[in-house]
Design a protein around this ligand. Structure first.
Ligand SMILES: Nc1ncnc2c1ncn2[C@@H]1O[C@H](COP(=O)(O)OP(=O)(O)OP(=O)(O)O)[C@@H](O)[C@H]1O
Length: 286
């Protein structure tokens, strides 16, 4: 258990709302969530569709505020959220930009959203130049090559256009891109959702390997116990915006009386990676 001050994310009774817009009623997507993420751990977030996982991930990446939010982002309607020591509710826009720049965010479809006009090398390096137009080219090349190697793709990939890659390769490149600014915290929202089941696991295992090597903290939204086991130290389970379990995976699955968690806990054993196999030894190149 981490000592006080070693939490990279802390929420207390956090509620997140999408305000009413254009005739649509307001939606309370997250309701009264209290949890903490320790420095250096990966917290997996599980829950059925619509339970509030993506909304929580957006807030953890620094995108929720007290005032009226940008379209698509939630409003912090109650409670507190502190990310890397900074309460997020009423940051100035400059402080918010600084925070969102320090947190890596990987969305479900990040691979598909890579600019098709860029080479892979340019796509991975782009955040460096968005932050500092005069960033040293040699240093950028070194960082990008290390990351592309880290996501288990050959360096020849750097010269390809992003559209030339498979969906799984694109998602790996998106993972590399989300790490190029060397974030202390990565928020990954179902980072392998769009890719097929086998490749999906390899993306998650890669994320785990990179996290061990680079020692960042992470919150990873996943859709199955197997994926959570492959990647997370602890899990938090959401149901209809409420936190219904948090802790070690087996403890949460054993202890709960929540019907959704019960269903999760009955996932067939074949779907579950045994602990001794969690550290990937080899990666397939897809
Ligand atoms: N931009 C938005 N505007 C209004 N309501 C939204 C918005 N995004 C999500 N919601 C609503 O908030 C609730 C939680 O959605 P959220 O996407 O966080 O759930 P989720 O657990 O990530 O679901 P999924 O697994 O399907 O991605 C749902 O009722 C959803 O309809």
């Amino acid at each position: 258990m981490a000592a006080p001050g070693e939490w990279v994310i802390e929420t207390d009774d956090l509620s997140l709302v999408y305000p009413a817009r254009g005739g649509r009623p307001a939606v309370r997507a997250v309701d009264g969530v209290t949890l903490r993420v320790a420095t250096g751990e990966i917290l997996g977030v599980l829950g059925e569709s619509g339970s509030g996982k993506s909304t929580l991930a957006l807030a953890f990446a620094g995108n929720a505020q007290k005032g009226r939010p940008v379209e698509g982002f939630p409003q912090q309607a109650g409670g507190t959220l502190t990310v890397m020591g900074r309460p997020t509710a009423s940051l100035s826009s400059r402080a918010r930009d600084r925070l969102t720049g320090q947190v890596g965010y990987l969305s479900q479809n990040a691979g598909d959203r890579l600019d098709p006009n860029l080479t892979v090398g340019e796509a991975v390096a782009e955040p460096l130049y968005e932050r500092d137009r005069r960033f040293d080219r040699k240093e950028a090349g070194r960082l990008v090559a290390t990351l592309v190697d880290g996501v288990q793709l050959p360096l020849s990939t750097l010269l390809k256009q992003t559209w030339e890659l498979s969906a799984g390769q694109r998602q790996r490149i998106a993972l590399a891109r989300s790490l190029v600014l060397e974030p202390r915290l990565l928020i990954a929202d179902e980072p392998a959702r769009g890719v097929d089941v086998l490749v999906r696991r390899s993306v998650l295992e890669l994320l785990r390997t990179l996290q061990v090597d680079r020692r960042f903290s992470a919150v990873v939204v996943t859709s199955s116990v197997a994926e959570a086991r492959a990647v997370a130290d602890r899990i938090a389970v959401l149901r209809a915006g409420h936190l219904v379990g948090v802790g070690g995976i087996d403890d949460v699955l054993d202890d709960t009386v929540d019907p959704y968690v019960k269903v999760l806990s009955q996932t067939t054993p074949i779907d579950i990676i045994p602990p001794e196999s969690r550290r990937p030894k080899q990666h397939r190149l897809d």
